[in-house]
Design a protein around this ligand. Structure first.
Ligand code: ADE
Length: 243
């Protein structure tokens, strides 16, 4: 997987994506992260990349030409037009399922907008996916692109260790994570649940499953309706298709 991130703030993106698990995966060459500074492609004498909106209104609009030329430099380098994600609150909401699907690509290009938006004509020309990371407005697309790169990279084979992926798999299926405890057995007057000290793997597994279901029912009833529960579990936890 190779990511190409078109941005006016390459340092911001690189600082987050060169550390921790994603940084390690990049060092090992499992993923590649390349930022492309849109400003490097402006033909304006003053290095401008934005201008006033036609029709008036507040703010500035990022112009088509520098973005298109930055995009073309990537497309030429890889020899095809890449899947191109534009980060916008108007896009389809990003989910784990979308992360998995995008992780199948050999390369992904992210376009990070700023100011009041981007000239519509260049979006029409290059964007394949309009994606939002949630119903709130950020000052630019960079943080959203970083969130996506992180979530997608976890799904790329080799990025997580076996242990890390096994841990993740146990939380799939639309259930929230069960609570975790480590040493000491008693801290601040609170004891670790006895079942976890019992050494009975079946009991531990059942308890964790129950905790996952209870937490999901409390915090994300919308998810619970999509979770794969047995008929017995549905009866015990009072779950039906209408919630
Ligand atoms: N740019 C601004 N807000 C955004 C959001 N919520 N998701 C993706 N890109 C954005």
């Amino acid at each position: 997987m190779r990511y190409y991130i078109l941005t006016l703030f390459p340092e911001m993106v690189l600082s987050a994506l060169t550390t921790s698990i994603i940084g390690k995966a990049a060092q090992k060459g499992i993923i590649g992260i390349e930022t492309v500074n849109i400003r490097d492609f402006t033909k304006d004498r003053h290095q401008k990349v934005d201008d006033y909106p036609y029709g008036g209104g507040a703010g500035m609009v990022m112009q088509a030409q520098p973005i298109y030329d930055a995009y073309r430099s990537v497309a030429e380098q890889i020899g095809r037009r890449p899947r191109t994600v534009y980060l916008t609150p108007q896009g389809r909401t990003f989910t784990q399922a979308a992360a998995k699907e995008l992780a199948q690509q050999e390369e992904l290009l992210f376009l990070c907008g700023h100011y009041e938006g981007v000239d519509e004509r260049v979006l029409e020309e290059i964007v394949t996916d309009y994606v939002s990371i949630g119903d709130y407005v950020l000052t630019g697309g960079e943080l959203a692109a970083m969130v996506m790169v992180d979530a997608i990279s976890r799904m790329v084979p080799g990025v997580l260790t076996n242990e890390e992926s096994a841990f993740m798999e146990s939380f799939e299926g639309n259930l929230l994570e069960y609570p975790q405890y480590s040493r000491p057995v008693e801290w601040n007057g609170k004891r670790v649940p006895d079942v976890l000290l019992s050494g009975d793997h079946k009991k531990v597994e059942d308890w964790r499953r129950e905790q996952s279901i209870l937490r999901t029912r409390e915090f994300r009833p919308d998810l619970l309706r999509k979770a794969k529960l047995t008929i017995r579990e549905k009866a015990v936890y009072g779950v039906n298709d209408r919630g």
